[in-house]
Design a protein around this ligand. Sequence first.
Ligand SMILES: [Zn+2]
Length: 596
Amino acid sequence: MKKQPERSEVPEELKWRLEDIFCSDEEWEKGMSLLSEMTGKMSGYKGKLGDPDILLEAMGSSVEAEKLSEKVYAYAKMRRDEDNANMRHQAMAARALSALVKFEEEVSYMAPELLAIPEEEFASFFDRVEKLMPYKRHLYEIVRKRRYVLSEKEERILALSSEMADGTKNAFSMLNNADIKFGTVIADNEEIEITHARFGLLMRHPDRNVRKETFEVFYRQYEGRKNTLSALLSGSVKGDLFYTRARGYESTLAAALFEDNVPVSVYQGLIEAVNKHIGSLHRYISLRKKAFNIDKVHLYDLYAPIAKDVEFGINYVEASRLIREALAPLGSEYAEVLDEALCGRWIDVMENRGKTSGAYSWGLWSAHPFMLLNWQDNLDNAFILVHELGHAMHSRYSSAAQPYIDAHYKIFVAEVASTVNEALMMAHLIKNADSKEKKAMLLNHHLESFRTTFFRQTMFAEFEADMHAAAQRNEPLTAESIGKDYTGLNSRYHGQDMEIDPQVALECLRVPHFYNSFYVYKYATGFASAIAISRAILEGEAGARERYIDFLKAGGSDYPLEILKKAGVDLTTDRPIMNCINVFDETLSEFEKLLG
Ligand SMILES: [Zn+2]
């Protein structure tokens, strides 16, 4: 067995250089003291924000403290991620987190105080004190909620209720992650205990009997708990409804979309456009049926690869080269920054003992972004790298172009940059595949990302909308009513070649996302946006590349829909969705042709 290296054994050039944030732990300590001093000063503005001159001063101090707190926290947390057994860094990360919480507490008076300023008077601030202008958008974002903010007493009651409202989510999580034991299945002559992670792998197993057996064993546990699970899900929806009604939003959907300032029509437009062209997904399901030579496609046939996996042995250096080539269509300026990311020690590449698992990118305003990887020599890791580089480049462009207060992009647009990168790399790989097997595998992989990120998330979004609408009509949400709706959606989305087993009704009861309402549609809109952008760039559409760079530079300087318009994507129309479906259709045709 290969032993994991110690942190000290990893070559320097494959480690990130956190010294670019603080040159030593001692400097970090100085940063902590300064932050504590700055935090202490914030209470001095309390009760005085009605004076625009003092507001200006308070905003300046707050932003400076936030810049520092971002650095202090990132440094300590990433040091800890290098080796979680390092007690010194563990303690530093905990202290940094406390400092952050303390700062948040210290400035928590600001929003209510701003909300208490009469609207007209607030509007006059920006004429009276011109230097407040750079904060205008940000300050208006705070007071935009005015309509939905209640009296101090009522707000207190709502705040007190929040822990109680989380009860259903926590109970679901405990039931789903701790209490349920799925049992075992025999695969490859070995008895395997089914876990959530292994369920995903076993659903990709080439032996259909293994998949079917796993599926049945797995869902038996949910069948036995379906009434409890439905009651929990219903409780979570009712919790949303409670806050929506208490604050006076039109619907739980409108309340959830308010944060990003996304109109309900965009949400509904996504669902309508996908439904209108759902025949494309039916075609894919039919192809699956034909390829597997089966009568009907069951839920347990949906994840198994149609084309055989081909091993791409690709090391880090080769992956870096591949990524440079694949992202060349983004232009020479992008390529230069990309080189900096790959060679400037932004990335912590190798696995080592104690290192945090997985991968992430961490954008900072006062320093370059950092990326954590746990590199393995395969294609999946090359995709992880190009994905995280998408986030990092987005952060780099935003931080360089925007002041701190406007630099941070929202989740709504975050996955666009990473998915554009993935799509460009996929196109490059498909174009240059040197064997039929490789090409088939890549196309299969690509089609699966459309199915799971675009179609499936839209189906989820429609399910959430149905469930919430029923609750709003005061209809009870039971195992039967929830299951019936979800089964109907599955049948409509997948078409006549899909067999709807009784277990399908249980799938919606085990999805943690549904406890975080109206969130998953962003995966679908983000994916569609990225596909539209990458297609325009690859086809050399005039100005497409420049528009995309402008999008990267925009950070959080406007609402997400407005920022996407800069990239040529207008989600208030169905064009990006249609575009995405067209690319799916073309990819599917190519795959069909290749399979013969
Ligand atoms: Zn991501």
